[in-house]
Design a protein around this ligand. Sequence first.
Ligand SMILES: Cc1cc2nc3c(=O)[nH]c(=O)nc-3n(C[C@H](O)[C@H](O)[C@H](O)COP(=O)(O)O)c2cc1C
Length: 167
Amino acid sequence: MVLSTATARGVPSSRVVLLKEVDSDGFVFFTNYNSRKSAELEANPYAALAFHWREVSRQVRVVGKVAKVSRAESEAYFATRPRGSQLGAWASAQSSAVGEGALAAAVEDAAKRFEGKDVPCPEHWGGWRLTPFEVEFWAGQPSRLHDRFRYTRAEDGGEWAVDRLAP
Ligand SMILES: Cc1cc2nc3c(=O)[nH]c(=O)nc-3n(C[C@H](O)[C@H](O)[C@H](O)COP(=O)(O)O)c2cc1C
């Protein structure tokens, strides 16, 4: 999914992340807590998601507020990740400038440090949960009069209201 965040000043940035979980509490993705996206979310906890399924001409857009998932949740997911990804999470200062060769050296260091042991979840790695207060379902129609339904509710939850939107 595409995740858009913005700085406290409102300067936006977007990137693709893996949607790891979705349920009635929201949409969960995992990342480095020192990354650009996380810094923006710390400063401004509102974010937007976009999904596109070209083959079936569907789009879903989501707007909501984020909070970090529990430590236990991050650790449980981290433990299921391939060892290479786990070492990468220790080695990579995501979103920072990095010298050529420095990353491979950092991965090697991490591999040595945890040789013969399970790789623990770093403090700087974990999940964010976006709790939506706006969700739009867009369905492309051959007539070009595409269907759009927008669900909205209060930021702190409650009943959803639905509107049909002009395409
Ligand atoms: C298909 C795909 C999936 C990705 N999944 C993740 C992810 O789950 N978590 C993550 O931190 N970065 C993921 N990335 C990398 C991000 O797009 C991005 O490069 C990185 O998180 C740094 O973003 P930032 O500097 O804005 O924080 C993925 C990239 C692609 C193309």
